[in-house]
Write a protein that binds this ligand. Structure first.
Ligand code: ARG
Length: 566
């Protein structure tokens, strides 16, 4: 039984609102005293032409209280519902035992395709912490939408074309050699790239040289293209190492170069529609009316730009995937870029631009830990961060649990899990601080804390000799507050997932996992599971099993492993 859905059906019967719309409005109040579910009446005000609090009062009187509801009360514009505890416990546990690994799966998104554009690092430049955020947030959103039944397409829009390659070719020809690049890969490419900038300050003719190599690339010159391809391969090797460690894959790696032959059509269409104007030799779309600087389409030398490639990519994706949403996960310093070209597509007359194109921005990363911060202007390499987290975890395990089997694997899972958890713990717009000490602490709301709670549940089940409780369970034995709270938290998971998806905010799920774990640890401290007997023990083990199952699935959606022993 889906309580939120049942409540929506109840409301829909009594007011002019569809079950779907009512379901969307049903909330889980932050404070348990306000009930288990709430229906805010604001959206009925338009049709009913009354003040929301009055609507709430009248509507609540009309509702017939079903068995699973123990109480209905009105607070302001909200109708609050209290579920009958024994029904709640039974429904939640039954559902987990029945659906198991599919507990979180629903089909509300079925028939709809959502494209997620995330990670998208730039070739020949290092994969930095900003890209980690995009990767981790994008991957979580992708998985959450997938669990909700959407058809998801993960696109890594690699920055694999543009001026940096002209510079890199010049740099390589002057200061690079094959062997070193092959040995040092991206590190060496960034070294010579940085050197290019230093040298170009002294000798500006290097910039012209770089531009002429870019022109050669665009004209299909084989030497230029061969070098370009090689740089791409070298970089991909590094990126793939990181994706492997994060267990992340993409459905498409169509990067910027993929759109080279698809941009002329965009330029032609913009021309036909009278949207292109000239400005200092460049071609732009004027956006003054919309309080934005112009969107640059063609450079003075005819070269295309980042927005041009994004516009071409959006059309290609619309045609290829017929998306319901096309979601871009990048740092918030790209806000203007997306607002500009979204507007351009709208001005071209495509209605879908308004609802379907979504920019999901996130805040910066600052490095709290002195050891990881480097000199100004230098990016911190992703791999260094992951390694530092894993090494530190390993040291903690050596200290606390030296006999643990698979120490290396668990260190990797916990260290990387802590980095991901830390990234997804707050609203994405907030800045993230990398403070290894705090991230790896077992106390407080951290990755290791939730992983440890999960491992504790596994260990209880192991010691009880039953991974999954079999046969009939007497759910009425689960009635104390702590136990009911665990079940309630588990039962809220679907609502949290929907909320996280709707707001593109993985943190809603991250914090929900913390809530389940906190409730579970309280339940564990208050109920002596191992000392209880017979039917009571079995019922309690069912609660433990539900925690283990649902926490592991939620963690998986965030891209975090759930080791069984820690
Ligand atoms: N490569 C860009 C960067 O590193 C991010 C690309 C985001 N995706 C897009 N379609 N523009 O800043």
């Amino acid at each position: 039984m889906d309580f939120a859905y049942e409540i929506a059906a109840l409301i829909s019967k009594a007011a002019e609102i569809s079950v779907e719309d009512a379901r969307e409005a049903v909330e889980v109040p932050a404070n348990e005293d306000m009930g288990d579910y709430a229906f805010p009446c604001f959206r009925l005000a338009k049709v009913m032409r009354k003040a929301p609090p009055l609507i709430a009062k009248e509507l609540a009187e009309k509702l017939e209280k079903p068995d699973f509801i123990s109480d209905i009360c009105v607070v302001g514009a909200y109708i609050n519902f209290f579920t009958d505890k024994s029904t709640l416990v039974k429904e939640v546990l039954l559902k987990v035992l029945e659906k198991d690994g599919d507990y979180l799966k629903t089909d509300i998104g079925s028939g709809k395709t959502v494209v997620f554009d995330y990670s998208s690092p730039n070739i020949a430049k290092p994969f930095h912490v900003g890209h980690l955020r995009s990767t981790v947030i994008g991957n979580a959103l992708y998985s959450i939408y997938k669990a909700l039944g959407y058809n998801c397409i993960g696109v890594n829009h690699l920055g694999d074309w543009g001026t940096q390659f002209g510079k890199l070719i010049v740099a390589y020809k002057r200061w690079g050699d094959k062997e070193t690049v092959e040995r040092e890969d991206v590190k060496e490419l960034s070294r010579i790239y940085v050197k290019f900038h230093e040298e170009a300050e002294k000798d500006p003719s290097l910039e012209d040289e770089a531009r002429s190599w870019l022109v050669k690339m665009q004209e299909g010159d084989s030497e230029a293209l061969e070098l370009w391809k090689w740089f791409v391969e070298i970089s991909m090797k590094e990126f793939d190492r990181i994706y492997d460690r994060l267990h992340i894959t993409f459905d498409s790696y169509a990067g910027e170069s993929f759109y080279n032959d698809k941009m002329q059509a965009v330029v032609d269409e913009l021309n036909e529609k009278g949207l292109l104007t000239e400005s200092e030799g460049a071609r732009i779309v004027d956006l003054e009316k919309y309080n934005m600087p112009p969107c640059l389409i063609l450079r003075r030398d005819g070269g295309t730009l980042y927005p041009t490639r994004d516009i071409a990519a959006a059309f290609y994706r619309k045609k290829t995937y017929d998306f319901y949403r096309d979601v871009y996960v990048t740092a918030l310093d790209q806000n203007l870029h997306f607002a500009q070209w979204f507007k351009v597509i709208e001005l071209m007359g495509y209605d879908w631009a308004k609802d379907s194109l979504v920019h999901v921005p996130f805040g910066l990363v600052s490095l709290g830990d002195g050891k990881l911060s480097t000199r100004k202007g230098h990016v911190v390499l992703m791999e260094d961060i992951l390694n530092a987290a894993v090494d530190k975890t390993k040291a903690i395990i050596e200290d606390k649990n030296p006999d643990l089997e698979d120490k290396d694997e668990v260190s990797e899972q916990v260290g990387i899990g802590a980095v991901i958890f830390n990234d997804l713990y707050n609203s994405r717009i907030k800045n993230v601080v990398f403070d290894l000490e705090r991230m790896l602490s077992f106390e407080g709301e951290t990755g290791p804390y939730v992983q440890y709670s999960h491992a504790r549940a596994c260990s209880i089940l192991r010691r009880a000799g039953a991974d999954k409780p079999e046969g009939d369970i007497d759910y009425s034995l689960i009635s104390d507050d702590a136990s009911v709270s665990v079940c309630k938290a588990i039962g809220d998971t679907e609502a949290k997932l929907r909320d996280a998806a709707e707001k593109y905010e993985p943190y809603i799920l991250t914090r929900h996992i913390v809530d389940i774990c906190k409730a579970f640890n309280k339940f564990y401290n208050e109920n002596n599971i191992m000392a209880s007997e017979g039917e009571l023990k079995k019922a309690r083990l069912a609660v433990v099993y539900a925690v283990k199952t649902v926490v592991a699935q939620c963690l998986a959606l965030l891209g975090i492993a759930a080791p069984e022993r820690m």
